[in-house]
Ligand binder design. Structure first.
Ligand code: ADP
Ligand code: MG
Length: 398
């Protein structure tokens, strides 16, 4: 991949950087700033090189319309604190506000454009619309650095199309992420254990098809566990369930058996009558989920079994919380998996926005994991062996 060095001397040049600042917010308070901190090395490097640093990022899903609820204002404030210099937030993404702010820049300054997803062309499926947005973006800069690892699996204007119209390079975050994840994809030290959970069930079920030919063991938790339990003939009450995926999941279980891949699903579950922090938790066997309750966490027996598998592994990838860790009563399964990874001296990767946030929110020391990825979907697609548009466009021969 092309590196920042390949862009030559950057003093006085305008460099457009795509960062991933899609942080969890509670109102306007950032609850986990990990993604902003992860963006600092590239931004500092460009500032130190004397570039005029124009940063673009998205926040949430404003669906192509300007919506103050999704303004990057809280990010601009936090970024300024962390990097220790002013960050000017442009009034808009590509209008007069952005142009004026960029024109006024001196060397080493930072301007953050408003949410790129305020512009509907950013995520358009129409190549011409994205290309038109990329052309507008290119007017603001002389070079492009792609450093938003969390979006490199997206064929979007600020990720993919822009790299075709400006001299482009990968930032240090993207390079570090790709290096770490390739340790798990190219020849992982075995046993290679993948822990999957979270709530994006249909997205993540698809990943399993590819992982069956790569991993030795899959540990299933979070929302997707219930589609597995149902596929095995258990009732799952009001738990998250993807009815239309039951046959697919049965197919995975059969293929895993044929290939000798171990798939573990919960043997006990923490259930509650409602999805709420104060709902009364009860531990039940996986075959005994009451019809009027829903599963919100792995039970203690499951957590112990998963910890044993993780302790024996040499490579572990974890994506997706084991339960609704945001509520104390349903955080044990996630805490148990985090503890097992943290205790392990294997090569351990945590991927997924919420999983990475969980590790920090539950108080684990980041340095006890080999790598905490800033990208959820992007890291999964790399692990699946897919070609990511935002990476292939940065190849030396692209
Ligand atoms: P990541 O961001 O790590 O990829 P996801 O976005 O897929 O993970 O899912 C994270 C969310 O999954 C968390 O907010 C968590 O509360 C939720 N979750 C975990 N287990 C369950 C469950 N059993 N039922 C409903 N939601 C769950
Ligand atoms: Mg998430």
């Amino acid at each position: 991949m092309k590196t920042i060095d390949s862009l030559g001397d950057l003093r006085g040049r305008r460099v457009l950087v795509r960062s991933d600042f899609n942080v969890p917010l509670d109102g306007t308070t950032i609850t986990d700033d990990g993604r902003i901190r992860a963006a600092l090395p590239t931004l500092k490097r460009l500032v130190d090189a004397g570039a005029k640093v124009v940063v673009m990022a998205h926040l949430g899903r404003p669906k192509g319309e300007v919506n103050p609820e999704f303004s990057l204002a809280p990010v601009a404030t936090r970024l300024a604190e962390l990097i220790g210099q002013d960050v000017t937030l442009a009034d808009d993404t590509l209008g007069d506000g952005a142009k004026t702010a960029v024109e006024a820049m001196s060397d080493g300054q930072i301007v953050l454009l408003e949410n790129v997803r305020f512009d509907a062309r950013e995520t358009s499926k129409d190549d011409a619309e994205r290309a038109a947005m990329a052309a507008d973006l290119a007017e603001l800069a002389d070079a492009f650095v792609s450093d938003g690892f969390g979006v490199v699996h997206r064929k979007q204007a600020s990720v993919y199309d822009i790299a075709q119209v400006l001299p482009a390079a990968a930032g240090t975050l993207v390079i570090g992420e790709v290096e770490a994840l390739s340790r798990a994809t190219d020849n992982p030290e075995r046993p290679y254990v993948v822990v999957l959970g979270g709530s994006k069930v249909s997205d993540k079920l698809g990943v399993i098809a590819n992982l069956l030919s790569k991993a030795d063991t899959l540990l299933i938790g979070g929302g997707m566990a219930f589609t597995f339990l149902k596929a095995q003939g258990h009732e799952v009450g009001k738990s998250l369930l993807e009815e239309d995926q039951l046959d697919t999941v049965r197919g995975y279980l059969e293929e895993a058996e044929r290939r000798g891949v171990k798939i573990l699903v919960p043997t006990d579950v923490v259930v509650a009558p409602a999805f709420a922090a104060d709902a009364e938790p009860t531990v039940v066997g996986a075959g005994e989920i009451p019809a009027d309750q829903l599963g919100l966490d792995n039970g203690p027996e499951t957590t112990a079994a998963y910890a044993t598998e993780i302790a024996a592994a040499r490579t572990v990838v974890w994506n997706g919380p084991m339960g609704v860790f945001e509520f104390d009563a349903f955080a044990s399964g996630t805490r148990g998996v985090a503890q097992a990874l943290s205790d392990s001296d294997a090569f351990t990767i945590v991927g997924g926005g919420d999983s990475a946030a969980a590790v920090r929110i539950l108080g684990f020391e980041e340095s006890t994991f080999s790598h905490i990825s800033t990208g959820g979907g992007a890291s999964l697609e790399l692990l699946e062996g897919k070609v990511l548009p935002g990476l292939s466009v940065l190849e030396d021969n692209a």
